[in-house]
Design a protein around this ligand. Structure first.
Ligand SMILES: Cc1cc2nc3c(=O)[nH]c(=O)nc-3n(C[C@H](O)[C@H](O)[C@H](O)COP(=O)(O)OP(=O)(O)OC[C@H]3O[C@@H](n4cnc5c(N)ncnc54)[C@H](O)[C@@H]3O)c2cc1C
Length: 407
């Protein structure tokens, strides 16, 4: 059954997740084209929706899941986004979020480096953050269609038709693809990166929220194991986010059992072992996603403007995928307004967005990809950490490459 939109003419002002999930009404098909249809309600899509709605534009956002829900993510938000999020209306200062100012990294054998994290970040859970963003978007007049999976996006006569499961269609002048690491629409649009991905390395990612007896204050930890690494950092509620990424081969080699892979591979790192033992005792099953690749992607496909992980997935060890998603929307929204106001052509919009995205974000993605290749290689990681222990300025330099400027 299709879902009722959160907002059509009456802005939703409650911001409470439960008010976003009323079921039962067949969606009205839009007669007037939306200015922008955003596919995917993660941090990239939602923050773009808020910006466009704040500018008075007609925005519809489609999310296939129903809020609130958990996502596989370290849930560390770099401070570079703090002012931006506050400008959007996110009351960060009132949320009493854990702040991180220190960093520990270890090799699979347990050789560790401890270092200050200059720019730092805060911990937040998607379970509470996403509904907050949904509330803000709706309050500014965006229509949020949750539980609505987009099955097709077609472009003809300078306009898009977006089709959702169940067959309803929506017209839009622009479409932004914020559907994350991989989605049905990548195949539908025949995105070129898919052909290469089939030959490349594939990763699996896992997340827990742990109640630990002890976790060092204000610290992000990153522990390597063979062909992967695991991050730990505090999130609200006295919990610790524990999320890792591993080459799919580790899982296959252990009968596709997460618990067995953790015992045989991850727990060989003596610094990681106690946390994972706690994880295996926890009442909550881990959240698992697969088919992750780090191939280069295009920022525009069939006139759909991509942002967030859909435009390029940064290695999670850089801890900044959410920043990059928000940054992309920040770059894109003034260009979209220029186009919607008739000041630039569609070709100029696509060309200027691609150029701006590359200028700001491709260095970080490339840095992430390079570091990602070293991480998870036992000897290389140990040697690298030993070098970094002697050269703190080099650690600062590497950390800077994976973080951006405040905006
Ligand atoms: C193990 C791990 C740890 C990480 N840790 C961090 C961290 O600590 N800090 C950080 O900044 N980044 C981290 N990242 C990266 C970060 O999670 C992502 O970069 C970020 O969430 C991407 O946001 P997004 O909005 O682009 O995509 P997503 O958050 O994936 O959102 C995409 C949305 O699109 C929806 N969708 C997909 N297809 C459709 C469709 N057809 N129709 C409608 N909706 C659709 C999905 O349901 C989803 O909600 C980590 C990643 C991993 C794997």
């Amino acid at each position: 059954m299709a879902q009722r939109p959160i907002n059509t003419t009456q802005p939703n002002t409650s911001g409470s997740p439960s008010s976003f999930s009323e079921r039962g009404l067949v969606p009205e098909e839009s007669r007037e084209a939306y200015d922008c249809a955003i596919v995917g309600g993660g941090v990239a899509g939602l923050t773009l929706a808020i910006q466009l709605a704040q500018a008075g534009r007609r925005v519809v956002l489609f999310e296939k899941e129903t809020y609130p829900f958990h996502r596989v993510c370290g849930e560390y938000i770099s401070m570079e986004n703090y002012a931006f999020l506050e400008r959007l209306g996110v009351p960060l200062a009132e949320l009493n979020l854990p702040v991180m100012t220190r960093f520990t990294v270890s090799s699979p054998s347990g050789v560790a480096l401890h270092h200050p994290l200059d720019i730092g970040g805060v911990g937040i859970t998607h379970y509470s953050f996403d509904p907050l963003l949904v509330g803000l978007a709706a309050r500014h007049g965006a229509t949020i269609r949750q539980g609505s999976k987009v099955t097709d996006v077609a472009f003809a006569d300078d306009e898009f038709t977006v089709t959702v499961a169940g067959g309803a269609t929506y017209r839009a002048r622009t479409v932004c693809g914020a559907w994350g690491k991989h989605a049905n629409l990548d195949g539908k649009l025949k995105r070129p990166y898919l052909a290469e991905s089939r030959q490349g390395r594939q990763f699996v990612a896992v997340k827990y929220h742990l109640q630990l007896d002890y976790f060092p204050e204000a610290t992000v930890e990153m522990h390597n194991f063979k062909d992967g690494y695991c991050g730990l950092s505090p999130v609200p509620g006295g919990l610790t986010n524990c999320s890792y990424i591993s080459d799919l081969r580790n899982l296959r080699a252990h009968g596709n059992s997460i618990a067995e892979m953790e015992r045989q591979v991850l727990m060989r790192n003596p610094l990681l072992r106690p946390y994972l033992q706690a994880a295996q005792r926890s009442d909550f099953p881990p959240l698992v996603i697969s088919q992750i690749t780090f191939r280069e992607r295009s920022t525009v496909d069939n006139h759909v403007l991509m942002l967030g992980d859909a435009a390029g997935t940064i290695a999670p060890l850089c801890g900044n995928g959410m920043s990059m998603g928000m940054n992309a929307g920040f770059l894109l929204h003034p260009l979209l307004l220029e186009f919607l106001n008739g000041r630039i052509s569609r070709a100029a919009l696509e060309e200027q967005y691609t150029r701006a995205w590359r200028q700001l974000l491709s260095v970080r993605i490339t840095a992430g990809r390079l570091i990602h290749q070293v991480f998870g290689q036992p000897q290389l990681t140990t040697a690298g950490i030993q070098v970094l222990r002697r050269l703190p300025f080099l650690t600062d330099f590497i950390l800077k490459q994976t973080h951006g400027q405040a905006y």
